[in-house]
Design a protein around this ligand. Structure first.
Ligand SMILES: [Zn+2]
Length: 279
C-alpha cells in the first residue's frame, strides 16, 4: 500500500527518508551524454525512471556534441534533444558552428533551442559574438515555434535586455540554473519565462535560497544540469537525473508544499513549456 505523501505537518522537514514522491518528474536540463556517462548511460536512465523521472532534456553544446546526443536519443526514448550553441563555445567561427547545428532540427526534432545564452564569467573575449549568436538563435526559436533553454552567468542584465523583446513577441523559455536577485527572477517571470532550479539550491551558501520560496511555484521547472552541480548529499560526485528528487525535497521545504505538490506543479509547467505531450 502506498503511504500518503502529505503526511507531514507544514513545519517538518521533508527528506527522502520520510516521504515518497508519487508524481513523475521532468529533468529539464541535463548533459547525460559524453565521456562522463559512456560506461553506464542505460543504467543512469533506468535509475532516473525508478526515481520517477519520465523525461530528461539534453541541451547541446557545440558541433562536436551532436553525435553524442544523437547516439543517446536514438536508444533512449525518455531523452529528448535540444539544439543550440552554448555561449562558452561561441568563438569567431560561431556562424559556421550554427550551420552545422541547424540541420539537426529536421533530422532529430528538438524540444527546445538550447543551450544558448551569455557567459561573461569564464571569458569576455567573445562578448559581442555571444550576443549576436544569442539573438540569432532566439530568432531560430521564434521561427521554429520552440522554447529556449538559456544559460546566463554574470550576464543577467544583458540577457534580460536581449531576451525580453523576444518574449514580448511570444517566445517562451527557461533561465536554466537560475542565479541572480529576487528582482531579476521576478522580471524574468513577469515576461513569461520560467526559472530552472537544480542541485545548487541545496547548497547552504546559495543566495537564491533566501528568496526562492517567494517566487510563484508555477514558474519554476526542475533540472539537474548533470553531470554538474550534484545536490546534497551527492555534492562533489557526478550528478544524474535520479538525483532530481533531492531538489524536490529542498523546494518542498522552501515552499511549504508537499513533495508531490512540487512535482506535480513543476512537471505540468515543464510538459506545457517543452510540449512533451504527457498527461
Ligand atoms: Zn547546461
Amino acid at each position: 500500500m502506498e503511504k500518503p505523501a502529505l503526511s507531514l505537518s507544514r513545519n517538518k522537514k521533508y527528506t527522502s527518508k520520510n516521504t515518497d514522491i508519487h508524481v513523475h518528474l521532468i529533468d529539464t536540463h541535463c548533459h547525460v551524454f559524453g565521456p562522463q556517462f559512456s560506461e553506464d548511460v542505460s543504467l543512469v536512465f533506468n535509475r532516473a525512471k525508478s526515481a520517477g523521472v519520465q523525461n530528461s532534456l539534453l541541451p547541446n553544446i557545440d558541433s562536436e556534441s551532436i553525435a553524442l546526443i544523437c547516439a543517446v536519443v536514438e536508444n533512449e526514448k525518455s531523452a529528448k534533444p535540444m539544439w543550440g550553441l552554448h555561449p562558452c563555445h561561441v568563438f569567431s567561427n560561431w556562424k559556421e558552428e550554427l550551420s552545422k547545428i541547424e540541420p539537426l532540427f529536421e533530422t532529430h526534432p528538438a524540444v527546445a533551442v538550447g543551450e544558448i545564452g551569455l557567459d561573461f564569467y569564464w571569458s569576455k573575449e567573445f562578448k559581442s559574438e555571444q550576443k549576436e549568436a544569442l539573438e540569432f538563435q532566439l530568432n531560430w526559436a521564434l521561427a521554429k515555434n520552440l522554447p529556449v533553454s538559456l544559460h546566463t552567468r554574470d550576464a543577467n542584465p544583458e540577457a534580460i535586455e536581449i531576451v525580453k523583446p523576444f518574449a514580448e513577441k511570444g517566445l517562451k523559455g527557461v533561465f536554466h540554473c537560475f542565479s541572480g536577485s529576487f528582482e531579476e527572477g521576478m522580471e524574468i517571470i513577469d515576461f513569461g519565462f520560467c526559472l530552472g532550479i537544480g542541485g545548487n539550491i541545496t547548497y547552504k551558501k546559495n543566495p537564491v535560497r533566501d528568496f526562492i520560496g517567494r517566487f510563484p511555484i508555477g514558474s519554476i521547472v526542475l533540472e539537474t544540469d548533470a553531470p554538474y552541480l550534484a545536490p546534497v548529499p551527492y555534492r562533489g560526485k557526478r550528478n544524474e537525473p535520479a538525483y532530481l528528487v533531492e531538489v524536490v525535497y529542498e523546494l518542498a521545504n522552501h515552499f511549504s508544499l508537499s513533495p508531490d505538490e512540487i512535482s506535480k506543479t513543476t512537471s505540468k509547467t515543464a510538459i506545457s513549456l517543452f510540449n512533451l505531450g504527457l498527461s
